[in-house]
Design a binder for this molecule. Structure first.
Ligand code: 5AD
Ligand code: SF4
Length: 437
């Protein structure tokens, strides 16, 4: 979502005459869009600010004018004016639900350093819609349809930094999707912190769920692939599960985080689901779409996690068999209930468990990729590879597929198109294909 947000932030600034540069040395303004989910991500902000301080010093020594710095995103939301105190070179601190006001805050900078932490999602999306310029879209595009979360898992900062659930109206989403397709997008990923809790205002003035929205999006000419992320098991409704068997454009890949395989820990995490419910959903999904590739997020070392709890996670993974999966050591976050729990797990234990879990997940990913060899599948080509004639695309299951075309010209021509390929080789993180006869 930060990728999507960063593009929108750039859009809002264009109206004030800014253009993008990838050279911070030349920038009049640097915006750091930040993540607060784990401590490591949050701490990166301060090392980046230190790096920018050096650039600023060199510039003022050379009398080349100032570079302003704005910190956006969830670290900005969480720290607010505390960040101004910790980092003297920050001009504006702006949370993820207020960034439409960035141009205005920069103009106000002369009256002092600025902090904005408002939650105004309605206002934000209305402003952003007006600011979106006509520019080409890559073949794969993101579209935020929902933000915030009401679930309050005890490890997670999202409900505090992104705020309460908000869903954009169906009409707005359809309009943005049409615009993306007109500009070249063919594969659209719908985004939301809790995307399957989507309940936007529908066309008949009642709330529409994610399934209804997907059916409407699939009707749009040019929408060839649809995906959505991230979902919560509790919001995996029967009509959404059925949609996986019915909507051809809905890709056979689903990121459905479970976090832990232990019922005891799931309860401590306030996940509002247990193993049995998760397995039940997976079974139903696979009945609807037998080739569905599954992905998840896992946390090891949540407070109180015993060896047995961890084994429960391992055997959940063995039973589900993931195509790919993200896994993390629990990171206590200030202000969340988990950080206050007394039975924190030793760092060394977390490290050992994470290594074992990742071994298993890597094996599963390797096996999933290997099962693709010999199969034909459509690949949507997105970018050129490192070698001449090479082009890289995405399979229906989200894998990167490398294909070497007959000529460099053919590789260039393939960009933005979908072609049937035969998978000839698999690796841990990608597939190799060749053009099907
Ligand atoms: N520590 C470790 N991982 C976390 N996540 C969220 N909060 C934490 C935390 N405090 C993980 C969850 C979530 C993903 C986006 O990040 O697995 O699904
Ligand atoms: Fe965080 Fe997801 Fe839980 Fe919401 S559902 S609190 S975003 S982990």
């Amino acid at each position: 979502m930060n990728v999507y947000d960063s593009e929108r932030i750039a859009d809002t600034l264009r109206a004030d005459g800014y253009t993008l540069t990838d050279q911070p040395d030349d920038a009049d303004l640097t915006v750091l869009n930040t993540c607060h989910i784990r401590e490591k991500a949050a701490e990166k902000v301060y090392s980046e600010l230190g790096r920018l301080r050096k650039i600023q010093a060199q510039r003022s020594a050379a009398d080349r004018g100032n570079m302003q710095i704005a910190v956006a995103g969830c670290v900005a939301q969480a720290e607010g004016s505390e960040m101004l105190r910790r980092a003297q070179n920050v001009d504006v601190v702006i949370g993820p639900q207020a960034y439409q006001d960035l141009p205005q805050l920069l103009r106000r900078r002369r009256d002092g350093r600025q902090v904005a932490q408002d939650f105004k999602p309605h206002d934000k999306f209305a402003t952003l819609k007006a600011a979106t310029p006509a520019r080409k879209s890559p073949p794969t595009a993101f579209l935020t349809i929902q933000e915030g979360c009401d679930k309050f898992c005890t490890f997670c900062v999202v409900p505090y930094t992104r705020g309460a659930e908000f869903s954009r109206p169906v009409a707005d989403v359809l309009e943005e999707a049409k615009r993306l397709v007109d500009r070249g997008a063919r594969d659209i990923t719908l985004l939301g912190q809790n995307v399957n809790a989507y309940h936007g205002l529908g066309t008949s003035n009642t709330a529409a769920g994610l399934a209804e929205l997907l059916y409407a999006l699939a009707q749009i000419d040019g929408v060839e692939r649809l995906r959505y992320t991230t979902s919560h098991p509790r919001d995996m409704s029967d009509d959404l599960i059925a949609a996986h068997g019915e909507i051809a454009a809905l890709m056979p890949y689903l990121h459905l985080p479970v976090q832990s395989g232990s019922d005891r820990i799931l309860k401590q995490m306030n996940r509002k689901h247990d193993r049995a419910l998760y397995f039940d959903i997976i079974d139903k999904l696979r009945a609807a779409r037998p080739d569905l590739a599954l992905s998840s997020d896992m946390i090891v070392g949540f407070p109180g996690e015993s060896d047995q709890d961890f084994e429960d996670t391992m055997n959940l993974v063995r039973r589900v068999k993931y195509a790919q999966c993200y896994s993390f050591k629990y990171s206590p976050r200030a202000g969340t209930p988990g950080a206050e729990m007394s039975d924190q797990v030793d760092e060394a234990v977390k490290t050992e468990r994470l290594a074992r879990l990742q071994d298993l997940l890597n094996t599963q990913q390797l096996e999933f990729n290997a099962r693709c060899v010999g199969r034909g599948m459509p690949v949507l080509f997105e970018r050129r590879g490192k070698t001449a004639k090479q082009v890289i695309g995405r399979s229906p299951y989200m894998q990167s597929v490398y294909v070497t075309m007959a000529t460099d010209d053919a590789a260039q021509q393939a960009l933005g198109t979908m072609k049937n390929c035969e998978i000839v080789h698999s690796g841990p993180n990608s597939l190799q294909g060749r053009m099907a006869a």
